[in-house]
Design a protein around this ligand. Structure first.
Ligand SMILES: Cc1ncc(COP(=O)(O)O)c(C=O)c1O
Length: 379
């Protein structure tokens, strides 16, 4: 049987990974500045992660949500402690799209309304309402186009209020820092406008922290650079360091009732153990502060590299913008310099999403290799 061919692939076959490095079948070492798309938070094969998952596997790996699972409460307590969202409620699922799907559904149940506002260049996933709220017509099938979604630019408070005044909007969904879209952020004032206007017009504000959350940007959630309280926060990626887990945090003003949301796999024992291991490691190794410090270091150094127009992002969610498309540069970096980087829908942006355990010397190494790669592709 052939694979359904939906991914353009690099000709590399990772068979092993440790820390910030990935190794192919011949043992060639690659520096991982992509983290499998911002998923690897505490590093590949972290000893504490391996130990917790192994122990859990020997006890119980999975049972459904029909019985008590104390690990879910343990995880809720730990997320509450890290995020300070103590009074929110946790619902667990298995991916970023599923988290956004549940968030949008819950917003619609809660408000009784059905239109969604999302922002230009947003990416929220590939399922029903999540893909409809994603600003990419190429991945939005006719079935998904039935969802009512309006796209607005960031920072246009007047346009936002005009839409909300119509009274049919259940949710405004935004990324604190856009990932796939290319590292753009709403202005501080607009973030406060979002909160105020959503409260005025009984609309749920959803912060999509699927990529930016779990300490990647130097705060636990990227929106926490500001003092806002979204109604729903969605998370996944770094939450499990590679184990599929997602979740939503639900503001106490939204009440649960049986049957409102549900899942077979969400919150299973292994997933909870993986996420607990991530949170324990973030704390033990002080990785959130580390991400913040290294991000500032990287931005200061990267700005001086000839050809770099702009450095975007925060913490270890970073982008370097050039005045040319970076596809060739990424190939040169991966095949000649053995460095994984990311792309985005902004074709001129190179994305840097390393494990949060990366060290300054590894960033320095990258910046030196980048200078050489830039010279090579200019020839
Ligand atoms: C901000 C954001 N939301 C949602 C998703 C979808 O997550 P998943 O691929 O786990 O469904 C992504 C994936 O890149 C993302 O970056």
């Amino acid at each position: 049987m052939e694979l359904f061919d939906v991914y353009p692939l690099y000709a590399i076959t990772p068979t092993r990974a440790k820390g910030v490095y990935v190794y192919d079948e011949k043992g060639t070492e690659y520096l991982d500045l992509y983290g499998g798309h911002a998923v690897i938070s505490i590093g590949h094969g972290h000893p504490h992660y391996l130990e917790r998952l192994t122990q859990q596997m020997h006890q119980i790996g999975f049972y459904s949500n029909a019985v008590q699972n104390p690990l879910q409460q343990e995880l809720a307590n730990a997320i509450g402690e890290h995020s300070c969202c103590h009074d929110y409620q946790l619902f667990l699922c298995s991916s970023g799209a599923e988290a956004n799907e549940n968030a949008l559904k819950l917003a619609s149940f809660h408000t009784g309304k059905k239109r969604v506002i999302a922002f230009n260049n947003a990416f929220h996933g590939r399922t029903s309402a999540a893909v409809a709220a994603t600003d990419n017509p190429a991945i939005n099938a006719p079935l998904n186009q039935q969802q009512a979604v309006t796209f607005l630019p960031f920072n246009d408070e007047v346009a936002l209020e005009k839409e909300l005044q119509k009274g049919d909007v259940c949710a405004v969904i935004f990324e604190g820092i856009q990932g796939v879209g290319g590292l753009d952020e709403p202005a501080e004032k607009f973030v406060y406008d979002l909160e105020r206007l959503c409260n005025t017009y009984q609309t749920c504000l959803i912060a999509d922290e699927v990529q930016a959350g779990f300490s990647r940007t130097g705060t636990f959630f990227s929106y926490q650079k500001y003092r806002i309280q979204p109604h729903i926060v969605t998370m996944a990626k770094g939450m499990g360091n590679g184990f599929p887990i997602g979740g939503i945090l639900v503001h106490p003003s939204i009440k649960a009732k049986y049957g409102l949301l549900g899942t077979t796999f969400g919150g299973n024992h292994l997933a909870c153990a993986a996420s607990l291991a991530v949170l324990e490691t973030l704390k033990n190794e002080n990785l959130q502060a580390h991400a913040k410090t290294l991000g500032a270091y990287f931005i200061a150094k990267a700005k001086d590299i000839p050809g770099v127009k702009k450095v975007k992002g925060r913490g270890l969610m970073l982008g370097m913008e050039f005045d040319f498309e970076v596809a060739e540069l990424r190939k040169e970096l991966i095949y000649t310099h053995r460095i994984f980087t990311g792309g985005s829908s902004n074709k001129k942006l190179l994305r840097i999403l390393p494990p949060l355990t990366i060290q300054q010397k590894q960033l320095d190494f990258f910046l030196e290799e980048l200078k050489t790669a830039l010279k090579t592709i200019a020839q």
